[in-house]
Each structure stands twice: as structure tokens, then as C-alpha cells.
Write a protein that binds this ligand. Structure first.
Ligand SMILES: Cc1ncc(COP(=O)(O)O)c(C=O)c1O
Length: 349
């Protein structure tokens, strides 16, 4: 049988250690699981209540248009209407759907970054144009701009970037968006936006409302603590949102995900409170890394890259993402956990 040859370089995702242990039936309960940038707390009580109620209706298909969630997202993003909102099975699907709309060509993004970008490009037959990060581990916006050509269909800006944790201020992102040709779609992947502590980084969705070619992609997997339910959203021009809905797999956002995400979005203040906790704990970890004379990259996400071996963390009951898998051999990406988990991280140093 002949498969498309652009799929040949694709390798199955190497999951973090905690997933591998769970798959093997090993007891991973004694470890602090800080591998995947999840929230250490469960869903908000509001989301749990909505989930319990939704379960009684699980024999029915969900609302295929995801109307209530779109309304909650539009209300939380001033100026956006439901027709500006994209939804998906995680923000991974939102990004996938947007790239699916474009003719075959190049997709430019910084590297190292989120592993889904090159994978999605390969699946869609797009050419991934990876632009190395600067020496400060930031997206190199000048170099990315120079890489844009007549063949470029999209640019992805992961802000803050996973795994480096670095970000660009909103003014700079806006400037970059304005510089790009209008026929190039800019996807600003804001999976970690709730953890940015720059007070000027607010209402970034307006980037998408101002420009016909900008999509802001966000997720319920991180600050909302709903990674297991798989739901994400985007804000974009009505034109992009309309086309993205045409290619989205019908009912890709299941009943439980719709109910929990809507309830969580309506309790946005509580999500912000949890994000503030993560930001405080992130500083505590960064201070501890500094005190231990370890190299680390100051982060705006709910994780920190630190030059300390994953195997040494593991000996102390902490599972982190091995830097090798992310382009940082000898380093670890440590998710900011709860107080007790972060104490364990500090104890390991
Ligand atoms: C930068 C970035 N974007 C998007 C996602 C995708 O999140 P999800 O598909 O769970 O919404 C992740 C998940 O780790 C991420 O790190």
C-alpha cells in the first residue's frame, strides 16, 4: 500500500514519563506529576456541577454548534460576537482547522516550540519553516518576518512559548501582525495566556477583531483545569470562523466538554484567581532555582525550563518533562504544581 510520503518522517508522540507509567499500570501515584503543564487542581466546582448534570443527558448528541460555549466565550472577550468564535477538541483542533483552510504552502514558526505544529504541517502536506529562537530563547520576530515569502500561508506565534516560557509584549505582537501581508494568517497560540503577569497584556483577542487574518487560539486544558475533556476555542474574523466551522469534525466538542467549559468560562474570576496562585508559585520556584545556581529561563507560562536532569527529579518523587524531547538536552520542563508538589521540586535541588 502506498501512503503519502510526507507522512514518513512522522514519529508517534513520545509521551511524558507519567503517561508511560500509567499505560504500564505502574504506580505513579507516589509522584508529583509535573510533566504536561496541566493544572494541579481539579475542575472548578461550577464545572463539576455542570458535568454531573450533563452526564444524565449522555444518551443524546450534544449541540453540534456549541452555542452556549460560544456565547460564554464571546461574553468573556469584549467586542467579540459568537460569529467570531471558533471551537474545537482542544486548541490543537482549532489550530488544525485553521491551517486546513489554507492552500498548500509554508507555515512559519519559531523552534523549539509546541510539537503539534510540525506534526500538523506534515499531516496537511504543508512545509514547516522552523525559525530558531533568539539566544534569549524568544521567538525571533525579525527572522520570522524575513522567512515569510510568497509561499507562506500562515505564521504561528506561540505566546508565551512552550517550552521556553518566553513571550512578546502585546504591542510587539500587534506590530508584527500589522507587518504581515494580509493573505498570510497569523495564529497567536495563547494556550498559556492566563499566566502572563504583564498588566499590559490584556484583551489580546482584539488583535483578531482588528485584522481579517489573525486568529487567537486558547484552551481550557491549562488554567481552566479541563485537559482531560479536550476543549479549546479561538477568536477570529467572522470569515475565518465561518470557514473553520465548515471543516470542523461534526460534534468534535463532546457534551461533557461543552458543559464544563461553559461553566468554567462563566466563573472566569475564579480561574484568574487560580492563575494568580500559579504565578506566585512560579516566582517561588524561579527564586529557588536561582538560589541553587541553576540556569533557568524566566517564564510567563505555568512551567519553567531549568538545567537540571529529569532523572534527578525522578529520584525525589517528581516527574517532569525530559528536556531532550523538547530540544533542551540535560534540561527539564517543570510544570508549576500545587504548594506541596512545588516543595518537592525545591527539595530535589
Ligand atoms: C503551546 C500549546 N498550544 C496548544 C496546546 C494544546 O492544548 P489543547 O489541545 O489541550 O487545547 C498546548 C498543550 O500543551 C500547548 O502547549
Amino acid at each position: 500500500m502506498n501512503f503519502r510520503e510526507e507522512l514518513d518522517p512522522l514519529r508517534p508522540y513520545v509521551p511524558p514519563k507519567s503517561w508511560r507509567m500509567a499505560a504500564e499500570g505502574a504506580d505513579e501515584n507516589n509522584y508529583a506529576k509535573l510533566t504536561s503543564n496541566e493544572l494541579s487542581f481539579g475542575p472548578l466546582p461550577e464545572a463539576e456541577t455542570a458535568l454531573t448534570e450533563a452526564l444524565t443527558r449522555a444518551n443524546r448528541y450534544p449541540d453540534s454548534h456549541v452555542s452556549r460555549l460560544r456565547e460564554a466565550v464571546a461574553d468573556a472577550n469584549p467586542g467579540a460576537e459568537t460569529s467570531n468564535v471558533l471551537v474545537g477538541n482542544g486548541s490543537s483542533e482549532v489550530i488544525f482547522n485553521v491551517l486546513q483552510l489554507l492552500p498548500i504552502g509554508d507555515v512559519v514558526f519559531g523552534w523549539p516550540s509546541f510539537s503539534m505544529y510540525p506534526t500538523t504541517c506534515a499531516i496537511l502536506g504543508m512545509n514547516a519553516r522552523e525559525v530558531p529562537l533568539t539566544k534569549n530563547e524568544e521567538f525571533d520576530l525579525e527572522a520570522m518576518f524575513r522567512t515569510v515569502s510568497d509561499e507562506t500561508r500562515a505564521v504561528i506565534l506561540c505566546n508565551p512559548n512552550n517550552p521556553s516560557g518566553t513571550y512578546h509584549p502585546l504591542d510587539r505582537v500587534r506590530e508584527f501582525a500589522k507587518e504581515l501581508p494580509e493573505n498570510v494568517v497569523l495564529i497567536v497560540d495563547e494556550a498559556y495566556v492566563e499566566f502572563v503577569d504583564d498588566p499590559k497584556y490584556t484583551d489580546s483577542h482584539t488583535l483578531a477583531l482588528e485584522s481579517p487574518n489573525v486568529v487567537v487560539a486558547r484552551t481550557f486544558s491549562k488554567a481552566h483545569g479541563l485537559a482531560g475533556l479536550r476543549v479549546g476555542y479561538g477568536v477570529a474574523s467572522k470569515n475565518i470562523a465561518d470557514y473553520a466551522e465548515r471543516v470542523r469534525f461534526p460534534v468534535s466538542v463532546n457534551l461533557a466538554a461543552q458543559a464544563a467549559a461553559t461553566a468554567s468560562m462563566l466563573a472566569k474570576e475564579k480561574v484568574e484567581e487560580r492563575a494568580r496562585f500559579v504565578i506566585r508559585e512560579r516566582s517561588r520556584l524561579e527564586n529557588a532555582f536561582g538560589d541553587a545556581n541553576l540556569d533557568f529561563i524566566p517564564s510567563q507560562g505555568n512551567f519553567i525550563m531549568v538545567r537540571f536532569a529529569a532523572s534527578d527529579f525522578e529520584k525525589c518523587g517528581v516527574l517532569v518533562r525530559e528536556g531532550e524531547a523538547l530540544g533542551y538536552p540535560g534540561w527539564s520542563r517543570v510544570t508549576v504544581g500545587n504548594t506541596e508538589e512545588n516543595d518537592r521540586v525545591i527539595g530535589a535541588l
